[in-house]
Write a protein that binds this ligand. Structure first.
Ligand SMILES: Nc1ncnc2c1ncn2[C@@H]1O[C@H](COP(=O)(O)OP(=O)(O)OP(=O)(O)O)[C@@H](O)[C@H]1O
Length: 552
C-alpha cells in the first residue's frame, strides 16, 4: 500500500482508533436500517403498545452516534493526511536541496514542480475519501451480516455478486495505471511548454514561427494528456456501470433467486431486499472513490519515484554533521587529474573536461578565458564541488576531499554565475550591518534604486546589469574566501566595467578574498595574477596557448 507507507512514514497512524470509529460508524449506519425494517414490520403493534417514542429515541441516538463517529473519522483523517503531506513536502524540498546538481539536471525541473505541487495535492484531496471508503466497507460488512442473519442464501448470493463486481476493476487495473502514468508524463511536458512560454515570453512574442510551434507542441501534449485521461475515465465509467449493474443484479437476486433456493417468508424477502437497496449508497461511494484512490496511489508512486531518483546519487552521510562544518580560510586548493564528462544526449558528441591539474592560491586573482563551449563553466562547477569529479581529486591544503567534506568545502565559495539567480531575500546573510549594506549599495551605484529592508531588496525589477550588481552585492555581503564571477562585467556599461576590474576586484583582494573571473575583457588582463585559457576541456596558461597556438 503505497499511500499507507507514505502517510505512515513520518506520523504514527492510529489504526486502532480508525478501525474502532469506522466499525461504530458502519454499525450505527446498519442499525438505522435494522430499526427502520423492524419498525415498519411491526408498526401496528408498536403503536398499540405505545412504543413509538422508544423507537424514535433509539433511532435518533443511532443517527447521533453515526454523525459523531463519522465526523471524528473525517476530521482525524484530514488532519493525519495533511500532517503527512506537510512532512513529505518539506522532506522532498530538503531532498532537492541536498541532491547533486548533475542529478537535478538529469531529472528536470518540470517533474519536480509537478510532483511537489500537483501530486501532493492529489494525495491531499483523497483524505476524506479514505474515510468514506473505509466507512462504506464497514457498512457493507454489517449490512451483509444483517442479511446473513435473515437468510444465509441471500448472503451467499450477495457476497458472490459483490466479489464479481470488485474483480471487474482489478482486471483492468494495469491498463488504468499505464494511462495514468502517461497523463503524468504529458503533464510534465505541459509544464515545460508553459514555462517556455512564460520565461521566454519576449522571444515568443518576437517570433511567430516559434510561437506557433510552441503552441502546436503544447496542443499535442495537451491532446496526449486528454487521450490518456479520457481512456482512464472511460475505463472507470465502464467499471462503475458494470458494478452498478452487478449491484442491481444482486438486489434482483433477492426476489428472483433467493426464494427459489430457500424457503423464506415474504417478510424476510422484503428485509433482505431493503437491506440490499440500502447498500447502493456505500457501494456507489466505494466504486466512485476508486478513480480518486487510484490517482492518489499513482501520485504516491510518483512521489516515491522522485524521492528515489533524488537520493540515488546523494552521499550517504549525516547531513547535520556535514552542514555544521564551514571552512572559512585556506591556503591552497588543488585539482589533481580532475575529470568530468556530461551525460551524452542522443546524437551529441560527449563533452568532458580534464584530466585537469590546477592550483589556486589564496589571495590571487585568476582570469580564465576560452571560446564558447570550451568547458569554462563545467570547470568552475568541478572546482567548486558542484559537480562531483568522476576521476581525480580535489585537494584542500594538502588534504584530499571526500564526500563528507564536500559541503563544507563548497562553503569556501560564493559566485555570480552567467545564469545567476537573484534572490529577493538575502537568505543566510546575517553577519552584516545596515551601514555596510548601504555603503556597498552606494559604491555599486544602486542606492538610488534599491534599498535593503529587513533583509530583502526593496525591488529586483531592474535591468539585467543592475540585477547583476545586486547579485554581486549579495556575494560581497556573504564574504566567502573565494569569489567566482562568470562573465560578470559583460552587460555593464564601460564605466562600471572599469570600476569592477579596477576597484571591486582589488577591494576584494585587499580584504583577503581570492577571485576567479571568467572574462574576455582583454583590456584588464594585466590585473590578473594568473591568466588561464580553456581549450576543448583542457586548461592551460594563457601565455602558453597564445604563443604556441597548439594544444599539448
Ligand atoms: N548539463 C549539461 N549536460 C550536457 N552537456 C552539457 C551540460 N552543460 C554543458 N554541457 C556541454 O558541455 C560543453 C561545455 O559547456 P560549458 O558551459 O562548460 O562551456 P563554456 O566554456 O562555459 O561555454 P560558454 O562560454 O558558451 O558559456 C558544451 O558543449 C555544452 O553543450
Amino acid at each position: 500500500m503505497v499511500l499507507y507507507d507514505l502517510i505512515s512514514r513520518n506520523i504514527k497512524v492510529k489504526r486502532r482508533t480508525f478501525a474502532i470509529l469506522g466499525c461504530i460508524s458502519g454499525l450505527a449506519n446498519a442499525l438505522v436500517l435494522a430499526l427502520i425494517n423492524n419498525v415498519a414490520e411491526n408498526i401496528s403493534d408498536i403503536h398499540k403498545e405505545n412504543n413509538i417514542l422508544y423507537y424514535l429515541v433509539l433511532f435518533s441516538l443511532t443517527i447521533a452516534i453515526y454523525g459523531f463517529t463519522q465526523q471524528r473519522l473525517m476530521t482525524k483523517a484530514a488532519r493525519m493526511v495533511e500532517k503527512a503531506i506537510d512532512g513529505l513536502r518539506v522532506e522532498l524540498f530538503e531532498c532537492v536541496r541536498h541532491t547533486e546538481l548533475s542529478t537535478l539536471e538529469k531529472i528536470g525541473k518540470e517533474k519536480i514542480f509537478n510532483t511537489l505541487s500537483k501530486e501532493l495535492q492529489t494525495i491531499s484531496q483523497s483524505a476524506q475519501l479514505f474515510v468514506i471508503i473505509g466507512q462504506s466497507i464497514s457498512l457493507v460488512f454489517f449490512t451483509s451480516l444483517y442479511i446473513a442473519y435473515h437468510s444465509v442464501t441471500a448472503f451467499v448470493v450477495l457476497t458472490a455478486l459483490i466479489l464479481l463486481g470488485g474483480s471487474i476493476h482489478r482486471l483492468r487495473a494495469d491498463e488504468i495505471q499505464k494511462n495514468m502514468q502517461l497523463s503524468f508524463e504529458s503533464e510534465n511536458k505541459l509544464i515545460q511548454r508553459l514555462s517556455d512560454l512564460l520565461e521566454g515570453f519576449k522571444e515568443v512574442k518576437l517570433s511567430v514561427p516559434r510561437a506557433q510551434e510552441l503552441e502546436h507542441e503544447f496542443a499535442m501534449d495537451s491532446a496526449r494528456a486528454k487521450r490518456s485521461k479520457t481512456t482512464t475515465q472511460t475505463l472507470f465509467a465502464t467499471d462503475f456501470v458494470l458494478s452498478q449493474i452487478t449491484f442491481f443484479a444482486a438486489t434482483g437476486a433477492m426476489v428472483f433467486v433467493v426464494p427459489v433456493f430457500s424457503n423464506v417468508y415474504t417478510d424476510v424477502v422484503i428485509k433482505v431486499t431493503t437491506a440490499s437497496l440500502f447498500l447502493i449508497g456505500p457501494i456507489t461511494s466505494i466504486v466512485g472513490g476508486i478513480p480518486i484512490f487510484t490517482a492518489a496511489t499513482e501520485a504516491g508512486q510518483n512521489v516515491l519515484a522522485l524521492e528515489k531518483e533524488l537520493k540515488r546519487e546523494q552521499a550517504q552521510y549525516s547531513r547535520e554533521n556535514d552542514e555544521q562544518a564551514q571552512i572559512s580560510s585556506f591556503n591552497e586548493i588543488r585539482l589533481a587529474g580532475a575529470y568530468y564528462q556530461h551525460n551524452r544526449t542522443p546524437g551529441d558528441r560527449p563533452f568532458f573536461v580534464g584530466p585537469v591539474d590546477f592550483e589556486l592560491k589564496r589571495g590571487q586573482i585568476t582570469f580564465i578565458t576560452g571560446g564558447n563551449g570550451s568547458g569554462k563553466t563545467t570547470f568552475i562547477r568541478m572546482l567548486t564541488g558542484l559537480y562531483e569529479l568522476q576521476a581525480g581529486q580535489l585537494i584542500l591544503d594538502g588534504q584530499p576531499l571526500n564526500e563528507r567534506s564536500l559541503t563544507a568545502y563548497r562553503s569556501l565559495f560564493t559566485a555570480v554565475f552567467a545564469d545567476f539567480h537573484l534572490f529577493k531575500q538575502l537568505y543566510g546573510i546575517h553577519n552584516t550591518s545596515q551601514q555596510e549594506i548601504d555603503e556597498w549599495l552606494t559604491f555599486l551605484e544602486m542606492n538610488t534604486k534599491v534599498a535593503v529592508v529587513d533583509g530583502e531588496f526593496s525591488t529586483i525589477d531592474l535591468s539585467s546589469g543592475q540585477r547583476k550588481r545586486l547579485a554581486l552585492l549579495s556575494t560581497i555581503l556573504e564574504n566567502r574566501p573565494v569569489y567566482i564571477f562568470d562573465e560578470w562585467a559583460a552587460d555593464q556599461d564601460p564605466i562600471f566595467r572599469r570600476k569592477f576590474y579596477e576597484q571591486v576586484l582589488p577591494r576584494l583582494k585587499a580584504r583577503g578574498n581570492t577571485v576567479i573571473a571568467i572574462t574576455h575583457d582583454d583590456a584588464y588582463f594585466h590585473l590578473a595574477d594568473v591568466h588561464l585559457k580553456m581549450v576543448e576541456g583542457q586548461i592551460m596558461a594563457h601565455q602558453e596557448v597564445e604563443t604556441d597556438g597548439v594544444l599539448s
